[in-house]
Ligand binder design. Structure first.
Ligand SMILES: [Zn+2]
Length: 323
């Protein structure tokens, strides 16, 4: 190594030592008598002291601002707590709503059961066999949920929503099914207007002679009695037992003064032995309309109406048709 290099190294070491020794002298001077005390504070310690002081001052100044921020936050937390309490209370109200959906489901189930009963009755009326699938009623089943369980309120809302949409669908199904059945009933009701289901006399229900083979009271022979005899006082109104058109209105031998009505679908009814007629041939009559008055005309032993139901021109027992 050269002497030049050595000299430079020595110089640098001296400079560093000098720097280390640099600093400040803290002097404590008593205001009266006494010795002046002095402490040497190294440069590094002095600088550190100032840095620490500056940091402290910074925090000291910042502190009041932080405090006010904390106050604001505390107030906000209080507000949030109140909101949560309010929402909590509202969520508790979901319980009765959920219960209501369960009640609705059970009501819908009884409606569906009622629908099946109605369908059965309808099929019985129409003399049609009820299909197996129609006998099983559509059961509304809401997902199991216990109100007492500590379920999450959030999921309660989900359950409520799903229950409501499910019930909406089921209600639509039930009401459309009932609608269809109602339409069928209405159609059947109209068809019933053309089927002889009422008694020809409003009050008299006693049958003195039924349908079938019997010994004729006048001819004294066993012959088929083609209808039923209902005795009544002369002049009692005779009613059309179904809607239709008059095909006979006049004297017909043993029948006496006879009315015959064509109801369509192969049905005709006859009313014999009348004292007086109230309709003409070709006239359209409603179910229950007065067509004649009870009498004793033709082959008869006393005032009565001889009532016949004919299906495709064959006399049938009117009894099963009367309600
Ligand atoms: Zn008769």
């Amino acid at each position: 190594m050269s002497t030049e290099g050595n000299r430079a190294l020595v110089f640098m070491r001296k400079k560093r030592r000098k720097k280390k020794q640099e600093g400040y002298l803290l002097m404590i001077v008593p205001n009266e008598k006494g010795k002046i005390k002095s402490v040497n504070i190294p440069y590094l310690v002095f600088i550190s002291f100032f840095v620490i002081m500056t940091i402290n001052v910074y925090y000291l100044v910042r502190y009041p601002f932080r405090i006010s921020e904390i106050w604001k936050l505390e107030y906000h937390i209080l507000e949030l707590r109140q909101t949560i309490a309010k929402q909590d209370k509202e969520l508790r109200r979901l319980d009765p709503c959920l219960k209501a959906t369960q009640v609705m489901a059970s009501k819908l189930n009884s409606s569906n059961r009622f629908f099946v009963d109605m369908k059965l009755e309808y099929d019985k009326l129409r003399n049609t066999r009820t299909k197996e699938k129609d006998l099983a009623y559509r059961e509304v089943y809401l997902p199991g949920y216990r109100l007492s369980s500590a379920d999450q309120d959030h999921s309660k809302l989900e359950i409520l929503n799903s229950n409501l949409s499910y019930l909406e669908e089921e209600l639509a199904f039930t009401s459309s099914a009932l609608d269809d059945l109602f339409k069928n009933y209405k159609t059947y009701d109209r068809q019933l207007d053309f089927i002889p289901t009422i008694w020809p006399l409003a009050r008299d229900r006693r049958i003195s002679s039924g349908f079938g083979y019997r010994r004729h009271p006048v001819h004294k022979r066993v012959i088929l009695h083609q209808g039923i005899d209902i005795p009544s006082r002369t002049g009692t109104p005779v009613r059309a037992t179904a809607e239709g058109q008059v095909t006979i209105a006049g004297n017909r031998g043993g029948y006496g003064l006879l009315v015959e009505i064509n109801h369509g679908n192969g049905y005709r009814t006859r009313y014999g032995h009348n004292s007086r007629l109230a309709v003409r041939v070709g006239q359209k009559v409603k179910k229950g309309q007065i067509i004649a008055y009870v009498g004793n005309t033709g082959t008869s032993t006393g005032p009565h109406v001889h009532y016949e139901v004919r299906l495709n021109n064959v006399p049938v027992d009117p009894r099963p048709y009367l309600n």
